[in-house]
Design a protein around this ligand. Structure first.
Ligand SMILES: Cc1cc2nc3c(=O)[nH]c(=O)nc-3n(C[C@H](O)[C@H](O)[C@H](O)COP(=O)(O)OP(=O)(O)OC[C@H]3O[C@@H](n4cnc5c(N)ncnc54)[C@H](O)[C@@H]3O)c2cc1C
Ligand code: FES
Length: 258
């Protein structure tokens, strides 16, 4: 579906991150994304951070010019939406470790919420540069998840990367699944920590996109199109892709190291 909606609510989540809620009827599952745009401007893929009912949402971190212009939208302003697209999370596992870095929590929170509603236990390893940038920590706590934190500057939780917390938790607890979203280098490290212990990993991958329909090749990752084969991939599928966590493609399609 392609439409233009009026934003119903704008919530500042962290100093760099804003949630926009909007009326949008098509059914969607956690892990799926929409293409969003300010009318007349470029589109960006954004995970649905709220997937239920008619009030959906996206949670946008300020990165470049386009995401800043989308963030600047006010309540009542127009927002273009097309989708939803992509493969969602499998919500079957019972003991789940969620590992989120930066804006990665945007796609993990609704998946964890649905898994909790289905009876799963959820432990969250949440990372950010600093305390005030921890995204959805209270949302995870209020769904009954146990939350462990790492910040680069040590203002909350462990000082350092969230991958250290994730590796410790995977060593301590017999999880059925690890779900992760964040910088690709982080996800690659999570995969490398969990795979030898036989814990299946699922990664929500973010790559440059144009069509979101599997036609333009902008989001190519090894043999996959992230837009249609993902963005939610099994670690088994990604483990054999040499570029995962090492190289990405810029908007012109050039392969560049992370
Ligand atoms: C399936 C999917 C879901 C996504 N969901 C979300 C979401 O829920 N919330 C959200 O804020 N963003 C999400 N993104 C990322 C988003 O689409 C844009 O890539 C991001 O907002 C930057 O766009 P920009 O044009 O503003 O910045 P650009 O001008 O493209 O980049 C500005 C700077 O940020 C860096 N950068 C760009 N993209 C990323 C990235 N993904 N990770 C790390 N650094 C990056 C660039 O290298 C550059 O230094 C998602 C992407 C995909 C493919
Ligand atoms: S964005 Fe065009 S093929 Fe994926």
């Amino acid at each position: 579906m392609r439409t233009v909606v009026a934003v119903s609510e704008r919530v500042g989540e962290t100093p760099s991150t804003v949630t926009l809620r909007f009326p949008f009827d098509p059914p969607a599952d956690p892990g799926q994304f929409v293409m969003v745009w300010v009318p007349g401007d470029d589109e960006l893929p954004m995970s649905l951070s709220y997937t239920d009912g008619t009030s959906k949402g996206v949670t946008v971190k300020a990165m470049g010019d386009t995401s800043r212009r989308i963030q600047a939208i006010r309540e009542g302003d127009a927002l273009g939406i097309r989708g939803p697209y992509g493969k969602p999370f499998d919500l079957a596992p019972r003991r789940i470790l969620v590992v989120g870095g930066g804006s990665g929590a945007a796609v993990l929170a609704p998946a964890a919420e649905k898994a909790r509603a289905l009876g799963a236990s959820v432990t969250v390893a949440l990372g950010a540069t600093t305390r005030r940038e921890l995204l959805f920590a209270d949302r995870f706590r209020s769904m009954g998840a146990t939350v462990a934190v790492a910040t680069d500057d040590g203002t909350e939780g462990d000082r350092g990367f969230v991958t250290g917390v994730a590796a410790r938790l995977v060593g301590e607890t017999p999880f059925d699944a690890v779900w992760t979203c964040g910088p690709e280098i982080m996800m690659r490290k999570v995969l490398d920590a969990a795979a030898p212990r036989g814990v299946p990993v699922t990664c929500a991958v973010e790559r440059h996109m144009k069509c979101a329909l599997g036609m333009c090749d902008a989001c190519a990752l090894g043999p996959y199109h992230v837009c249609t084969d993902g963005p939610v991939f099994s670690g088994v599928a990604l483990a054999g892709v040499p570029d995962f966590g090492r190289y990405h493609r810029d908007p012109s399609g050039r392969r560049v190291p992370f």
